[in-house]
Design a protein around this ligand. Sequence first.
Ligand SMILES: Nc1ncnc2c1ncn2[C@@H]1O[C@H](COP(=O)(O)OP(=O)(O)OP(=O)(O)O)[C@@H](O)[C@H]1O
Ligand SMILES: [Mg+2]
Length: 384
Amino acid sequence: MKQPFHPTIGIIGGGQLGKMLIESAMPWNVQYNVLDPDPSASCKAYAKTFINAGLKDREAIKELAKISDVLTYEIEHVNTEVLLELEKAGKIIIPSPSILQIIQDKNLQKKFYTDNHLPTASYMLVEKKEEWINGLNQIEGEKIVAKLCKGGYDGKGVSICTKKDIEAGNIPFEGPCIIEKFIEGCRELAILVASNGTETITWPSIEMDFDPKLNLVDFLFSPGNVDRAIEEKASEIAIAVIRALNGKGVFAVELFITPQGEILINEIAPRPHNSGHHTIEACITSQYEQLNRILLNLPLGNTDLIKPAVMVNIIGPENLTGDYKLEGLDMAMQIPGFYLHLYKKNETRPGRKMGHYTVLADTLEDAIIKALEIKETLKIVPIG
Ligand SMILES: Nc1ncnc2c1ncn2[C@@H]1O[C@H](COP(=O)(O)OP(=O)(O)OP(=O)(O)O)[C@@H](O)[C@H]1O
Ligand SMILES: [Mg+2]
């Protein structure tokens, strides 16, 4: 660590995750260099040096490495080859690009879980039409989930199909895919994991889509509404997979809980995650502060939940592209325990993550009621 304390962290990707990473260490005199292809990226205003270049741009990534003490990334779709070269040459990159290489390819990810005897839904690698058809026979049930091996995000590159559809020739993606068993009636849990290489810890569980009747898919809440035994088992599995990866950094382990109480690993994100935004206000140490601690070689912080929390993404509405404003803020701001984050995006697009809010309350039920009230009024709308 340099003395006095003014290290420079390089981030590949300048979106909202990078922005919140920077915000969390602002009181610490840390400086950040950021690389992003969007000239108006969320992080730009915070960057000491902003490199406007593609996430796969070798020379630009090397430049970022040259001017930064340590490197991290807030998105998976980056140039891993150049990061591996830089790491080999002694650059500290957290998490290691060798982990990113596994995570970037859903087939390698699934193979890693099965090779390490970690629970995951059964799957097949498919590309040619006959492989798709043969693959169907290996997987139980009427429905399957198809996932592009590379390049998917936010559900893009994932398709739930019936076997009949595939047999009729409706293959959803071109290129290598995995097809896996569709887990009927599963609940989704995320366990955030932090590791500094020696100590590996988790945060309290986060659950998504808690009420299928209300279809609140964009609600996330913590602690998850699961038995203590499931919470403990889920944390054990999450720690086991990060240890198996030899992971250093902050990771989100997405899990499925089957109606029978079986826990299956869906996927891992090797970075702070959408499901951990609430940790900023709800936990003693947020996922962002924790990653900064790891990048700066400082001790891990306590991850306890201060209060139950609900997090809601503020999403660009279907019918609007371009300029926008946020409506309903006056009402939301009167609710104690409401915390707003906007991502500095200068135009809205359908489905785009524009911001989020977290609601804390003494009980989860209260936090849900308040979050629902806010959801009714807080909206992205056109200007004028
Ligand atoms: N095997 C499965 N059974 C049931 N549902 C599934 C299965 N696989 C994926 N899903 C559903 O599809 C969603 C997206 O899948 P996945 O997380 O693998 O893709 P992703 O593109 O990385 O998405 P994101 O970026 O939103 O996490 C899951 O959160 C889950 O709701
Ligand atoms: Mg996912």
